[in-house]
Design a protein around this ligand. Sequence first.
Ligand code: GAL
Length: 849
Amino acid sequence: MITMKKKISISLMVVYLGIVATTSVVVASNVTYDHRAIVIDGKRRVLVSGSIHYPRSTPEMWPDLIQKSKDGGLDIIETYVFWNSHEPLRAQYDFSGRKDLVKFVKLVGEAGLYVHLRIGPYVCAEWNYGGFPLWLHFIPGIKFRTDNEPFKDEMQRFTTYIVDLMKKNDLYASQGGPIILSQIENEYGNIDVAYGSAAKSYIKWAANMAVSLDTGVPWVMCQQADAPAPIINTCNGFYCDQFTPTSNNSPKLWTENWSGWFTSFGGNIPYRPVEDLAFAVARFYQRGGTMQNYYMYHGGTNFDRTSGGPFISTTYDYDAPIDEYGIIRQPKWGHLKDVHKAIKLCEAAMVATDPTYPSLGPNLEATVYKTESGLCSAFLANLGTNADATVKFNGNSYQLPAWSVSILPDCKNVVLNTAKINSMAMLPKFIPHSLKYNLDSSGEIQQTWGWFREPIGISKTQAFVKPGLLEQINITADKSDYLWYSSSIIIKGNEPFLQNGSQTVLHVESLGHGLHAFINGKLAATRFGTAGNSKISVDIPAILNTGKNKVDLLSLTVGLANYGAFFDLAGAGVTGPALLRSSNGGLTLDLSSQPWTYQVGLKGEDLDLASGSSSVWDSSVFPKNQPLTWYKTSFDAPDGNDPVGLEFTGMGKGEAWVNGQSIGRYWPAFSSPSSGCSDNCDYRGPYNEKKCRKNCGKPPQTLYHVPRSWVKPSGNILVVFEEIGGDPTKISLATKKVGSMCSHVSETHPAPVDMWNTDETDKKLEPMLLLECPSPDEVISSIKFASFGTPQGSCGSYTHGKCRTFRALPLVRKACVGARSCKIGVSIDTFGDPCTGVKKSLAVEAICG
Ligand code: GAL
């Protein structure tokens, strides 16, 4: 069967989602729970949720991200609330722009979705200092996340502030708004032993405090086995099918199903195969779960200095179903959408009863939801990690690939198997654009740059002198990444430090995260810790002169710690010792406790160079590959609406601003280790964040997202602060779009889940290959590859197998070219049989234009 459609039918989607699928505002009034599910207005619900953190994208992106989430089959958007973004100074609140929480929640509600508001206010989240404002650290007597009055006062004050803000805007379901769930604290149970017996009383206090705020909707705590009722203890992890809620009266909820993992500077890039993610999701609902949340559904970007750490990268893409730039990631998004539809087809049976587990055999598991009224839905799982199985269930025979779940909404027909992907794949394409914009008198395109050399050492009047080496965060209060430690060494005539100058070393120890050491104004060493160990211990070759020698140590942080017991006290900076050692170790001079002059931040920060407007910019001899240099230029935005990034290959490390907005820290000079990657890791078997990694030996991030709404067509100002040295003329722009789309479907795939439940009487439940251009303005312009038989390879590199029919390409062309979407039956009825007795499949690569 071949059909050709210009547009996917919206009405079909409404049927399958089984939820409000128009743009109407979601209205819930009564949210409770019982042992099976969250109960909304008297109905138990099977719900699918996804995390989108509002400050990790822009308000201009939110409606599209929310719509894509809804189209992907989500019912709920989950977000943390980021305390340090909202209260940068105590009692001075900021809800502007990307921090407009009320607007975000309203937009989700207007799209017809619910909200899970995880207030924390400790959030972890790879967010700077776990979300805590730095001023909190300076409150006398404070101890974070324990039974400590000053801390509890502040936590209660902020939590109340947020709850009141939501109430004022009628955003709780109890007020007709979208918020159906809230979280207090975050994974405290993972680390609470370190806090001793005070942990117990703290959690009790947090629970009571939250409940007393009277939101009218349930509260959860994640990973908190001792969560006091009525707080629901929820699960976080790569799998939560084995989780049992603390209370028999609580439903089984999964607040963080990690859809991938975060990236660190200097690390390789984690990814999670969708077959495994789909398996984990299906297993959870199979074993009685009724709400799970993808952490993340859209990861986004750590703009500014918001990334946690140390060393969390600026991209927070997370291999999520929607990529950092807001483009759906295929086949992940599409396959999960199919999984959600299949699970929703089981909702009526699932909420009506408890599951039973008829035996199927070793490593196999059947689950049945069957009611007396005749509803029956089943899940069949093969937990084996390499052997496919054929099982008998209810008198029928089913083929179950290893590490997969089949979903049978009627206990008979398989609508989906988690290992068989019907959704198409998409290859992203980056289109390079030059930064050049100025036409000089000869009509030549010229790029003009201004620059400013950051002074080495102390340059500000606010510098101060203290004896000894001080911890950094206590001094900077994180107002800047940078802290100068300056001192001097007086060398008298004939000391051994002068002999064989190159052999004399300055030994410096630092808690991290990075260090640029200058001796007599010259860069003598640059060192960084790593994500696993931020500490630095370095022997810096010191060529000294008779008389006074200047030592200027620029210590820097790369995102403050966000996880672990007492993470707030981790500390950074040159805490010593700092020792001068002569060549043969004969003489050591301890500089640790002598007077050091401290300067918080850079001159360029004080001059607000990031805005581009200062008058200090130089334009004489262009300094390339020079440390501590600010650069400024202008550029035109690429035409169109495709997402934009700045490509930083050729630069070292620093921060960049576009029209005064920080696009985050960049660090293309930090490559990941060369081993430990597998581009095609086997999805079968338990996943963890180390299992599937790519991009070994390369920098994890060279392209940095510049939201479209931050640029105008021309005359955009780019400012870069380069720490190590780089060539800014190499910076270029890129736009991201979808290149090829591909699909590979076999004769053994179930028919697409969209085919179920339709009113079409003549529907034929056969495997189908579906293609659809992501943009409604585009149609399929060409077919790059089509093969029916035994094609091999993956999207972008398919090859024909031994068995093939020459009819495939013309048939697919006829069905698809010129249309936005097309579907093709994957069977010998459509293509004829090129090799009897062999299992065949259809692979297609198509281009939209
Ligand atoms: C969890 C935490 C999240 C996030 C995640 C890893 O432990 O609750 O906030 O940090 O790990 O991405």
